[in-house]
Design a binder for this molecule. Structure first.
Ligand code: DAH
Length: 340
């Protein structure tokens, strides 16, 4: 019996040594240690032994069993390791392979330019105001000193949604709406960005475009303040070397009125195709708030003065990025937008 036990142990170990996968190991386990396994059979036969042999052989059988179990566990973990190694080798990742490209979104150039304009004026102490895109005739025209029969309305023909209701043609009505609310408080310094609408459609005009309006009211505001603020704006927006000039102009809601030019962003003022060889680019309208506009909005024009300005965001974006057709900004063609 002793012989037999040793033979079983030896045979089992040999088989275990040769096994290369878990299935084989399991088979060996069943064959020797299972319920009907060889070792189990031997243990069952113990009853036939004599009483003095039984303890010795019993002990031996137990130790053979424990030894085999150990051996089996060891073989199992070895096989498992080998299998894992083989699996890892098969799944090796080449980290130098190019990844799947994904494109990161970004803001539309008009949004970016508008935010840049806002940042500059926020830095100068202005706050941001908004107003409705469907405006009344009163706020869009009358209160801004543009009566019904005034020729200034011609340039701002728009879409009417009712006899006295229209899509606003500029952001200037926000001046009135804000002053009405704050009068007679000063200082008042606001900018008003937003969409505006006109009956225009060509390479440099769109039926919908964006403006940023500016307004400052206080007791001693002068034209020098207007020039100073807009000079800083021009330098921040287009570069420190940018020069400005103010040409007399006309707006019903300002008196006096001016058009501000900046030195050409392309040639620096020498004269090129972009500035039509003049060295200057027209960029916004401005002026001292017409006393009538102050009075309509509740500010005593004897006590207070103000300056105002209005600029087109598309125009500024086109100059900044060298875009020659405004419609490109509204086509939503990613090949164009991604370049900016
Ligand atoms: N509202 C004018 C326009 O759309 C722009 C403008 C000019 C606004 C002069 C102003 C200003 O506030 O003072 O053509």
């Amino acid at each position: 019996m002793e012989e037999k036990l040793r033979a079983i142990a030896q045979e089992a170990k040999q088989l275990l040594d040769r096994a290369t996968n878990m299935d084989q190991l399991n088979e060996i386990r069943v064959k020797f240690l299972g319920k009907k396994g060889e070792l189990t059979k031997v243990l069952r036969g113990m009853g036939a032994l004599s009483a003095d042999e039984r303890p010795r052989i019993g002990q031996l059988a137990n130790s053979v069993q424990a030894d085999l179990e150990d051996y089996l566990n060891h073989s199992m973990s070895e096989v498992k390791n080998k299998e894992l190694e083989a699996q890892l080798a098969g799944e090796k990742i080449d980290v130098t392979l190019p990844g799947t490209p994904f494109s990161l979104g970004k803001n539309h150039p008009l949004t970016r330019v508008q935010q840049e304009i806002e940042d500059i004026f926020l830095g100068l102490g202005f706050s941001i105001m908004e107003g409705p895109e469907i405006e009344t005739d009163f706020y869009n025209f009358e209160a801004l000193n543009i009566p019904k029969d005034h020729p200034a309305r011609d340039m701002q023909d728009t879409f009417f949604t009712g006899p006295e209701e229209l899509l606003r043609t500029h952001t200037s009505p926000i001046q009135i709406r804000t002053m009405e609310k704050t009068a007679p408080q000063v200082p008042l310094k606001i900018i008003a960005p937003g969409r505006v609408y006109r009956r225009d459609d060509d390479a440099t005009h769109s039926p919908m475009f964006h403006q940023v309006e500016g307004l400052a009211v206080d007791t001693r505001i002068t034209f020098a303040d207007l020039k100073g603020v807009l000079q800083i704006f021009a330098e921040e927006m287009f570069g420190i070397k940018t020069r400005t000039r103010f040409r007399p102009s006309y707006f019903p809601f300002t008196e006096p009125s001016a058009e501000m030019d900046i030195s050409c962003v392309m040639c620096g003022g020498k004269g090129c195709r972009v500035c039509s060889r003049t060295g200057w680019l027209e960029i916004l309208g401005c002026g001292m708030v017409n006393p009538r506009v102050l009075e309509v909005s509740g500010y005593d024009a004897e006590k207070f003065t103000g300056f105002a300005f209005g600029m087109g965001v598309e125009r500024i974006a086109m100059l900044k990025y060298g875009i020659d057709d405004m419609r490109l900004l509204f086509d939503n063609d990613l090949r164009f937008l991604a370049q900016i």
